[in-house]
Design a protein around this ligand. Structure first.
Ligand SMILES: Nc1ncnc2c1ncn2[C@@H]1O[C@H](COP(=O)(O)OP(=O)(O)OP(=O)(O)O)[C@@H](O)[C@H]1O
Ligand SMILES: [Mg+2]
Length: 275
């Protein structure tokens, strides 16, 4: 996928300011960013669900703005807000979707993968929020997509469902599926993504591997200790050396702590919301 200068203007508001993105086949790429950053706008343009104002996009070799049915059959979509087929059961919905694709996955297998085995015969309207979200994921993957878009797929998942979903994403990635997901959760991005871009105010403010995000910021540690009356604090890239110096006389430095910024800290700094 290759995106250049992608821009989206709504009346009186620029949602995406002209971004570039390159996502390789087989890659898991995460778009991170706060509410209103432009994640859904970007993803929906790339899915062919929204018109862009300007810029170019090439997704699976075609322009999503005018790609046809054959292209559509190669992608899978999990929208941020689900569509309604409330009177069907889980199994009926998944089977119905499967029939829309030339080479679908086995519906029962997909239902199992999202952990809805016990709910196969339940009507969609009777599912809980998290179960409903799992069905959305099932419908997104049943067509065996080459490219899968997931807009905040785990919103509403309990911790166990989230872990299970992560396993599923890894399975799909091992299978060669290219995945573009959005998330607010850094741990999720760390667990899943090969690369990530942080979107804030419609612009990409950082891009790279989840671990490399923010670069040097992650390598600087803060060492704190008590020296008599005073609490001392020093920021250093070599905390072990400093601690050795502090304890050179054989005494244990009092109240010693060494902390590094978490990925969360770096992220908050990047989006300008450092507490
Ligand atoms: N149909 C629309 N008409 C006008 N403005 C819109 C429309 N859709 C989105 N916006 C605005 O564009 C900006 C980006 O919205 P978008 O939904 O892409 O954000 P997001 O990153 O997906 O946020 P969230 O994390 O809340 O899902 C927001 O300021 C939003 O209010
Ligand atoms: Mg969104």
């Amino acid at each position: 996928m290759r995106v250049r200068g992608l821009r989206k203007e709504y009346p009186g508001h620029v949602a995406v300011t002209g971004i570039d993105l390159d996502i390789e086949r087989g890659e898991v790429f995460a778009l991170l960013g706060p509410n209103g950053a432009g994640k859904t706008t970007t993803v929906e343009i790339l899915e062919g669900h929204r018109r862009r104002t300007s810029g170019t996009a090439e997704v699976l070799g075609e322009d999503p703005g005018n790609a046809g049915r054959a292209w559509r059959a190669r992608i899978g979509i999990v929208l941020q807000t689900a569509t309604d087929a409330a009177e069907l059961t889980v199994a009926e919905s998944v089977r119905l979707f499967a029939r829309c694709y030339p080479n679908p996955r086995e519906p029962e297998e997909v239902i199992h993968h999202v952990g809805l085995d016990g709910k196969a015969g339940t009507r969609v309207r009777a599912l809980s929020g998290g179960q409903r979200r799992r069905l959305d994921v099932a419908l997104g993957i049943v067509g065996r997509p080459e490219l899968l878009f997931l807009d905040e797929p785990t919103t509403g998942f309990d911790p166990k469902a989230r872990r299970r979903f992560w396993e599923l994403i890894r399975l799909l990635a091992d299978d060669g599926t290219t995945i573009l997901l959005t998330s607010h959760y850094l741990d999720e991005v760390e667990a899943l993504a090969d690369r990530t871009a942080v979107l804030a105010g419609g612009s990409i403010v950082a891009e790279g591997t989840p671990a490399g995000l923010g670069g040097r910021a992650l390598s600087v540690a803060t060492v704190r200790w008590r020296a008599g009356e005073h609490l001392r604090e020093e920021r250093t890239e070599t905390p072990a050396r400093l601690v050795r110096e502090l304890s050179a006389d054989g005494a244990e430095p009092a109240e010693l702590t060494v902390t590094r910024p978490s990925l969360e800290d770096v992220y908050l700094e990047l989006i300008g919301e450092k507490p």
